[in-house]
Design a protein around this ligand. Structure first.
Ligand SMILES: C[S@@+](CC[C@H](N)C(=O)[O-])C[C@H]1O[C@@H](n2cnc3c(N)ncnc32)[C@H](O)[C@@H]1O
Length: 384
């Protein structure tokens, strides 16, 4: 059986650019302009499949940007091409064999809600909704083009169409109290979704929020308050039956985890297509990091010239193992140390284990609840 591969498709267009967002995004200016990008993505995918050779498709993730602005028949074309290029058999997930997970990130605006069914018909079986907040004032602050009522309608419609629905929520907004966040999270969990990704607001330098904070128009909560938000999130969702299987991802049991993200964190190869997309491809035992050109015109031109849209770097064994550690330690089960034979992590982690930030069981090293809140610092100590 061929080795698995996951597929990430980046669709950069958005109806509006959110003031906090520093992803590779651009304003949506209509389908005529988007067609060359769509064609380039198909060509890129075809040629990448040729380069990596026979694989079986393990998952597909449409991210962005706002891929729910894609015409559903374009989504169907990408899904059909991917399943043709990488014929898949059902992945084993727990006891059951399920067909592969195909996720699309979507916004809960009325216009997009009307297309959910068409996305389902195109092959999408999991929707990741960029809800961000259930509070109208917070949504305005976050520059969102949907109301809390639309978000609730979007969630309800998505539940009826897909069954598998995830919500993104942002917390630690200026002035937000921990108690208000707990109530919002509880309300979100009460809407019946199987998966919640709560993110702490991060202030990125190139964004409108970055500029506002630099000009001291407002400031994000201090570290201590941010930590209180984090622990409230963990406790609230755990009480409500959501397992924190990763730093910012909570699922109602193992079957509700994002298969695609788990595959990536566990080090399975993934093809990245679309401007700015990253990929990891192993060839002849060497792992390659691929980075697609971020600028749309450059990406399309590169695909036109060479057939693929990325630059590729071979990772040294140590670089590949360091990356495996960084990703594996995000998961609640931690890292199988067999994946990092050259890093001697068992020894290096000893002081962190003694201080209760990490734990080792058998061959698995993991961050404890206390350690996960400072995971970046732990990784720095382990890997520098
Ligand atoms: C690529 S974005 C999804 C885009 C989706 N179309 C939307 O508009 O919500 C993935 C998620 O990352 C989170 N995110 C992006 N920038 C963030 C920031 N600066 N701070 C916290 N969370 C952020 C948001 O929750 C967002 O839904």
């Amino acid at each position: 059986m061929p080795e698995p591969v996951a597929l990430y498709v980046h669709w950069p267009y958005c109806a509006r650019i959110c003031p906090y967002c520093d992803f590779n995004v651009t304003r949506d200016r209509g389908q005529a302009i988007q067609r060359p990008l769509f064609d380039a993505i198909l060509t890129d995918l075809r040629n990448q499949a040729e380069i990596i050779g026979p694989r079986r498709l393990a998952s597909v993730f449409f991210g962005g940007g706002t891929p729910s602005l894609l015409p559903p028949d374009w989504v169907a074309e990408i899904v059909d091409l991917a399943t043709f290029l990488f014929p898949s058999s059902p992945l084993e997930r727990g006891e059951e064999a399920l067909s592969i997970e195909i996720t699309l990130e979507a916004n809960p605006t009325d216009a997009e809600i009307g297309r959910y069914r068409a996305f389902h018909e195109a092959g999408v079986n999991r929707l990741s909704l960029g809800v961000q907040s259930l509070d109208d004032e917070a949504l305005r602050f976050l520059g969102r083009n949907h109301s809390a009522a639309e978000a609730r309608r979007g969630i309800e419609t998505a539940q009826g169409v897909f069954g598998r629905v995830s919500l993104d929520l942002i917390h630690a907004l200026p002035g937000q109290t921990v108690a208000a966040w707990r109530d919002e999270l509880t309300a979100a969990a009460g809407l019946g979704v199987e998966h919640i990704s709560p993110y702490q607001l991060t202030i990125e330098s190139g964004t409108a929020f970055g500029r506002a904070v630099r000009r001291k128009l407002w400031s994000p909560p201090d570290d201590e308050t941010a930590e209180a938000f984090y622990f409230t999130t963990q406790d609230t969702l755990e009480t409500l039956g959501f397992e924190a299987y990763e730093v910012s991802n909570h699922a109602r049991g193992p079957a509700a985890r994002s298969q695609h993200n788990v595959l990536v964190w566990e080090g399975v190869d993934y093809v990245g297509t679309g401007p700015g997309a990253h990929g990891r491809i192993t060839k002849n035992g060497i792992r390659h990091a691929t980075t697609a050109l971020g600028d749309l015109k450059s990406y399309i031109a590169r695909v036109g010239e060479t057939g693929i849209g990325y630059d590729s770097d071979a990772l040294s064994p140590v670089e590949a193992q360091e990356e495996a550690a960084m990703l594996g330690l995000r998961l609640i089960e931690g890292l199988d140390l067999a994946r990092t034979p050259d890093l001697d992590l068992g020894t290096r982690a000893a002081p962190l284990i003694a201080d209760g930030f990490m734990a080792i069981e058998g061959n698995r090293l993991r961050a404890t609840a206390k350690g996960r809140v400072v995971l970046d610092r732990l990784l720095f100590e382990l890997l520098s």
